[in-house]
Ligand binder design. Structure first.
Ligand SMILES: Nc1ncnc2c1ncn2[C@@H]1O[C@H](COP(=O)(O)OP(=O)(O)OP(=O)(O)O)[C@@H](O)[C@H]1O
Ligand SMILES: [Mg+2]
Length: 561
């Protein structure tokens, strides 16, 4: 990557050699068989074949996104490709931000840390010009047309001037004129030296390419060479009928065999020992910078999405309103307390903090898994990614929790604690929210979409109501329930709040006949020093975040064989 900025600088194109590639899926079915081909630097290549033939699979193996079950891929004879760009089929960039903002964030995540703001602006402007998107710079990505959004998705990868581009069905769903326009852009990229490989169902796209790779329905190589040679080989005037030709034969290996017989002896590609994952960019942006960029982007996305922000802040306020309506003042009055009401107030405050944290986290990751996957390929690390979520959501939770306690205290629904005790109540509630946020992020990392995440909500909430020790005191639970109660973050929050609120003293000495027997049923629930509860809650935060990290790591596409 050069730091010098000119409009269309020559790229160092990369030659790709694939030798004996095979891929099978878990059921044992072979989806690609013995594919060998070579692609010269600066070539524009189309992979065609019927739906399910294995085009995407081949593209991902060539790009180093998937590991092949057999065979090797080398880039200019080496196992590592340097900077490559992978443009997936779906439009996967955040829709909320204006295009230029999106590209700025993408550039800050992808370009070396030494790249200054002015240089980043220049690079973004260049890429916008190169893809003829300059006049769309201020438009939110979600409002771009399909063709513009495709180009925007390519623009993201263009920022780093990769030597190789892989695009999965870039022309699908585009009107023919826009598809041609896009092909021209890709042609221009190849002409400046980049190697460009795409899959397509639009046979007319092939006319713009230097090379066409034809796969049979069974995932075998029926042809690789120039489009003209392909027409000769299949005896066709236009490749539009190539699928019919492929389907004419009865033996799946017939076309591949015919091709192998007449195939000119290609230079056997030089291979190195291991076809290691190649999609890792040569130079990584540091973790701290990644965290800062992702935090800034998350903040901007939240801030621009007014309705989401209104829901995030509004629903806790509604809950607060309900609490104010439900609980009458003075339950903690030292001379005549209402012990049963105090239990409920403390429990519902704890549950509120838990619920807000959980719902803040639950949709964060599952709604952007494809984006995360793409950014992982661009070098984004999981720990900065997770901590950038926390960095944006925790301050909002802090605000909400403070409002909850402050207003209830002001309205005499809490004991008249001041200073240090109020701070201790607040610390307990915020830690409880943080643990729930981490639990929400964990579940969000584990499911596939928002619907599944929403379905998990009751399953996550019920035990945090039942096994907390408020509806039924812990000593009164069956043994199984008592054991389970230790795993409920809400239990520790409830008991911590109860300790700071002084319920033991209040119930013992408060003069209510209900107090002493109630206290007896609770055993020593509230006698533990509050810092123990804080430690446990902090442990939950770390545990859930660690688990979220492990789950995301397991889902990493590059681990798949
Ligand atoms: N992870 C997987 N598990 C099981 N089967 C898979 C998996 N990935 C791909 N396949 C199967 O492998 C075959 C090739 O899939 P691939 O997505 O590469 O096809 P394609 O040529 O890109 O199809 P399309 O044109 O519809 O995009 C398909 O039959 C698909 O169902
Ligand atoms: Mg596909």
């Amino acid at each position: 990557m050069t730091t010098e900025q000119t409009t269309s600088p020559p790229r160092a194109g990369v030659g790709i050699a694939a030798q004996g590639l095979g891929q099978s899926v878990r059921s044992g079915r072979q989806i690609l068989t013995d594919i060998s081909l070579s692609i010269a630097p600066g070539e524009l290549v189309a992979i065609i074949g019927a739906s399910g033939a294995g085009k995407t699979t081949l593209l991902e193996i060539l790009a180093g996104v998937q590991r092949p079950a057999a065979g090797t891929v080398t880039y200019d004879g080496s196992a590592a490709a340097g900077t490559i760009g992978v443009v997936p089929q779906d439009d996967i960039i955040h829709r909320e931000l204006p295009l230029a903002r999106t590209l700025r964030y993408a550039a800050r995540l992808r370009l070396p840390s030494s790249t200054g703001p002015a240089e980043i602006s220049d690079r973004v402007a260049e890429v916008l010009a190169e893809l003829r998107l300059t006049d769309r710079a201020a438009t939110p990505v979600g409002l771009l047309s399909g063709g513009e959004r495709k180009r925007a998705s390519i623009a993201v990868e263009l920022l780093t001037r990769p030597g190789v581009f892989f695009l999965d069905e870039p022309t699908s769903g585009l009107d023919p004129a826009i598809a041609v326009e896009l092909l021209r852009v890709l042609r221009a990229l190849a002409d400046t030296g980049a190697t460009v490989v795409l899959t397509t169902h639009q046979i007319t796209d092939v006319d713009h390419c230097d090379r066409v790779v034809v796969l049979t329905r069974q995932g075998r190589l029926a042809f690789t060479g120039t489009p003209a040679a392909a027409r000769d080989f299949f005896g066709l005037r236009s490749l539009v009928e190539v699928h019919l030709r492929l389907d004419e034969v009865t033996q799946p290996a017939e076309w591949p065999d015919r091709f192998a017989e007449q195939r000119p002896a290609e230079q056997p590609p030089r291979t190195t020992d291991d076809a290691d994952v190649a999609a890792t960019p040569a130079r990584r942006v540091g973790r701290l910078r990644q965290w800062a960029v992702l935090t800034a982007r998350n903040t901007e996305i939240v801030a621009r999405n007014r309705l989401t922000l209104a829901i995030l802040l509004g629903s806790p306020l509604m809950v607060l309103g309900m609490f104010a309506l439900l609980f009458r003042p003075g339950a903690f009055e030292p001379t005549r307390p209402s012990p049963t009401v105090t239990v409920m107030i403390l429990f519902w405050i704890a549950f509120g903090g838990f619920f807000f944290g959980l719902t803040y986290g639950l949709l964060q990751i599952c709604t952007e898994l494809p984006i995360l996957r793409r950014e992982r390929l661009a070098g984004v690390r999981l720990i900065p990614y997770l901590l950038a979520k926390v960095a944006v959501l925790l301050p909002l939770l802090a605000l909400v929790d403070l409002a909850l306690l402050g207003v209830l205290r002001g309205m005499d629904r809490l004991p008249p604690v001041g200073g240090a005790d109020f701070a201790a109540l607040y610390a307990t509630l915020l830690l409880s929210s943080a643990a729930a946020l981490a639990l929400g992020l964990l579940c969000s990392a584990a499911v596939s979409d928002a619907a599944q995440a929403t379905l998990m909500l009751p399953m996550l909430c019920f035990p945090q109501v039942l096994f907390v020790g408020a509806i039924l005191p812990v000593p009164a639970m069956a043994v199984g329930g008592q054991c389970l109660s230790y795993a409920m973050s809400n239990r520790w929050a409830f008991e911590g709040l109860g300790h700071t609120a002084g319920v033991e003293r209040l119930w013992r000495d408060g003069g209510s006949p209900l107090g002493p027997p109630l206290l007896a049923t609770y055993g020593d629930s509230f006698s533990r020093p509050v810092w123990v509860d804080w430690l446990v809650l902090g442990g939950f935060v770390l545990l859930f975040l660690g688990a979220a990290w492990a789950v995301l790591l397991r889902r990493d596409p590059r681990r798949a064989s």
